[in-house]
Design a binder for this molecule. Structure first.
Ligand SMILES: [Cu+2]
Length: 134
C-alpha cells in the first residue's frame, strides 16, 4: 500500500515568502512508502515540457530531516493509468551532501506520470513515488 502522495510545494512556498519570488511549479516532495526517506525533486529547467529532456535535483533526507549521502537510487516509473513506462532510461548520479541529479527524463505525453525512486542507504531501502501531472 502506498501513502497518499502529494505535490508539496513547501520549499518553494518558503522561498516565495523569504525572497518574494514566484513559487516554482516544478518542485515535488514525496515520503517513501516505509517513511524511511523523503525526496524532493526540483526541476532544473523550472518549466517541465512534454517531449523535452528534463533534469531534476533530488534531495534525500531521513526521518529526522538529515541529508542522506552515499545512497543508491534506482529510477523507475511511467504512466500507471496508461500502463507504460518512460520512453527514456533516466540515470541518477550523486552530487554530494544528500543531493543527487536525475537526468534523461522525458514526458512523452500529457497526463499523470509517476517517478519512483528506490533508495538504499545505511542498510535500509525505501521507495518514494512522485506524482507529476503534465
Ligand atoms: Cu501515456
Amino acid at each position: 500500500m502506498k501513502f497518499l502522495l502529494k505535490h508539496l510545494r513547501l520549499s518553494a512556498f518558503a522561498l516565495t515568502l523569504s525572497l518574494g519570488l514566484p513559487a516554482s511549479a516544478a518542485d515535488f516532495t514525496a515520503l517513501g512508502e516505509q517513511a524511511i526517506f523523503q525526496v524532493t525533486l526540483t526541476s532544473l529547467s523550472g518549466d517541465l515540457k512534454i517531449g523535452d529532456f528534463e533534469e531534476f535535483e533530488i534531495a534525500i533526507v531521513d526521518s529526522s530531516g538529515a541529508p542522506v549521502a552515499g545512497a543508491t537510487v534506482v529510477f523507475s516509473g511511467g504512466m500507471p493509468g496508461h500502463g507504460h513506462g518512460f520512453p527514456t532510461a533516466p540515470t541518477v548520479s550523486e552530487i554530494g551532501g544528500g543531493l543527487y541529479k536525475l537526468e534523461g527524463v522525458k514526458f512523452s505525453m500529457g497526463g499523470a506520470w509517476e517517478i519512483n525512486l528506490t533508495i538504499s542507504a545505511d542498510s535500509k531501502t525505501d521507495t518514494a513515488s512522485v506524482q507529476i501531472e503534465m
